[in-house]
Design a protein around this ligand. Structure first.
Ligand code: ZN
Length: 203
């Protein structure tokens, strides 16, 4: 688990010499947004200028807030395109980005540019879609970030550590927003079993 001590002296070094990128990834129900909010809150307490962005497509809860599943929330700005973040993040030292997997393929370049300007960029997002494939711009950012934190949920079938998001209704659309009655966090084995069952039923 990522803690402030992981950054420790590194962070002080980064602060003097420029920006950096942190990415928090994992399956549904793994607490990604909670971890993003935890880091953002500490930056706010430290008096840093913070802005949070999320894709306008994610309107699950509230228009102008990052809201996690446990309802601890921080205000955020919905934007249509990754490039909008460049225009809006000018005055801040810390940039938070939630549901990063839903952004367009300009996000990796935008994130790099923000870090090169000396900003701390913290992203949260799904690493894989419900088919187990890398999700949108996530893999490129995971490869180029200074810090990658992969967190896990608990398998809702067997209680093991869960890394996969299982969609209970077998539709093909990758962008179906997370609802508790649509998705389950599952371990690799239970996810595979469920996928095979769905394939059998389709025949
Ligand atoms: Zn399981």
């Amino acid at each position: 688990m990522f803690t402030e001590s992981n950054l420790g002296n590194d962070a002080a070094g980064h602060q003097r010499h420029g920006g950096w990128v942190e990415i928090i990834c994992g399956s549904m129900f793994s607490g990604k947004t909670e971890e993003l909010i935890r880091r953002i809150n500490r930056a706010i307490i430290a008096g840093q200028q913070v802005e949070i962005f999320k894709p306008a497509v994610d309107t699950r809860y509230h228009d102008s807030e990052v809201v996690s599943h446990n309802s601890r929330s921080v205000r955020s700005t919905p934007v249509d395109f990754a490039d909008d973040i460049l225009l809006l993040a000018g005055g801040c030292t810390v940039v938070g980005i939630d549901e990063a997997q839903f952004f367009d393929d300009r996000l990796p370049a935008v994130v790099t540019q923000l870090a090169n300007q000396g900003k701390r960029v913290i992203l949260a997002g799904l690493d894989m879609d419900f088919e187990g494939k890398p999700f949108g711009p996530m893999p490129e950012i995971m490869a180029t970030a200074e810090y990658v934190t992969k967190i896990h949920a608990i398998c809702m079938s067997c209680g093991a550590i869960a890394s996969h998001s299982f969609r209970k209704t077998p539709t093909k659309d990758q962008v179906q927003l997370g609802e508790k009655d649509t998705y389950e966090a599952r371990c690799r084995r239970c996810w595979l079993e469920g996928r095979r069952e769905q394939e059998e039923n389709e025949k």
